[in-house]
Design a protein around this ligand. Structure first.
Ligand code: CA
Length: 367
């Protein structure tokens, strides 16, 4: 599908006001004029939120619903949002288009699913061997990341908010031991994002499928291996029943930032209090989703290990080093061709170098 051009349909008169508010309620270096919409407490909004998660999916679907509930409560019922699981209103991997074109005003998903729309999108989920979730949030909120993300999404008539992080993920389910990089050759692996491109360089084939279809795909041999999230969700999906080895670390997703994404026109037309309510709900979801992942993954790590006797395997050091080198190649290819990817990656890298040094003395030494 061709890249969405907001100028195709936005009335000229409103463009200046809309563009001027690109930074919204977060701190922003750009000088901006805020388009102020008077608060009319009689006006009620009924919105939809489409998600990439199976209906009522633990943590992700639950928090999508909580966000809708909080917004309803904080707005005194003036903004009601009906939440849809993936496939209920639109397919799981069409959230971006659905919100962009206003089929739904809101979506909950992950930016790396939209690499096909703009390569830079994936830098706002995660980069293999990249920052951890706290560092990622620090970059997004205080290191200029969110500004670049909003600039990128504005081309698609979208307005994104960070909305949770899965934390470091697991390295995937395999029925074959990975002793050397050559063991990845020829395997069809469900792995989205930049990680998927890295394993492609290693000779595997990356398959992007919604989590809900992955069990059947693995069982039927459509794919040979898969990564999904971590112990909690992977347990619920039952992957341990059809796989032998559970590899770590999740080198490809050291921190996967999730998104609450809003149709930009719909957002900009809201009165200021409702904008602030959405912003606050997204911010509340951010640490809670991360904490829920951390707590549940701990619980289910023990369940898989002690009750299901899953074989946890560590990727050999030389395999990780090779994958790390391939990551640099993949990222360099992308940033050389796409200025927006370069802008995002340069900002990410600059911030990362500095925060890594800080974490080295503040956190790593302690651990
Ligand atoms: Ca994953």
């Amino acid at each position: 599908m061709k890249k969405f051009q907001r100028r195709d349909f936005i009335k000229t008169a409103s463009v200046a006001a809309v563009a001027a508010s690109a930074c919204g309620l977060v701190s922003c270096n750009k000088k901006e004029e805020t388009k102020t919409v008077a608060i009319n407490t009689n006006k009620k909004y009924e919105w939809k939120m489409v998600t990439s998660w199976p209906p009522k999916f633990p943590i992700l679907g639950e928090y999508a619903q909580k966000i809708a509930d909080w917004i309803d409560q904080m707005s005194g019922g003036r903004l009601k949002i009906q939440v849809y699981g993936g496939g209920e209103l639109v397919p799981a991997l069409e959230v971006f288009d659905a919100v962009s074109f206003g089929v739904s005003e809101m979506g909950h998903s992950a930016p790396y699913y939209w690499a096909g729309k703009a390569p830079a999108n994936q830098f706002f989920s995660t980069i293999p061997f990249g920052m951890n979730p706290r560092q990622m949030n620090a970059w997004l909120f205080f290191g200029g990341g969110l500004e670049i993300w909003r600039e990128l999404y504005a081309d698609f008539n979208l307005y994104p908010f960070p909305s949770g992080n899965t934390g470091g993920q697991m390295g995937g389910w395999f029925n074959k031991e990975i002793s050397s990089i050559n063991d990845l050759k020829g395997l069809k692996i469900r792995m989205p994002g930049l990680g998927g491109k890295v394993i492609t360089k290693a000779g595997a084939t990356s398959v992007l499928s919604p989590g809900g279809e992955s069990y059947t795909n693995l069982e039927r041999g459509v794919i040979d291996a898969l990564e999904w999230i971590g112990p909690y969700h992977d347990y619920l999906m039952g992957f341990y029943k059809i796989s032998q080895y559970y590899y770590y670390p999740g080198w490809h997703e050291t921190s996967s930032n999730l998104e609450l994404v809003v149709n930009r026109d719909a957002y900009m037309e809201l009165p200021e209090d409702l904008k602030a309510i959405i912003d606050t709900a997204a911010k509340a979801s951010n640490p809670l989703i991360q904490s829920a992942f951390d707590a549940k993954n701990t619980e289910y790590y023990y369940k898989l290990k002690d009750e299901e006797n899953v074989e946890f395997r560590q990727y050999p050091e030389d395999v990780l080093q090779r994958l790390n080198k391939l990551t640099s190649d993949v990222v360099n290819d992308i940033v050389q061709k796409d200025p927006m990817s370069k802008k995002a990656f340069d900002s990410y890298t600059k911030f990362r170098k500095r925060i890594d040094s800080w974490f080295e003395i503040s956190e790593t030494e302690y651990v």
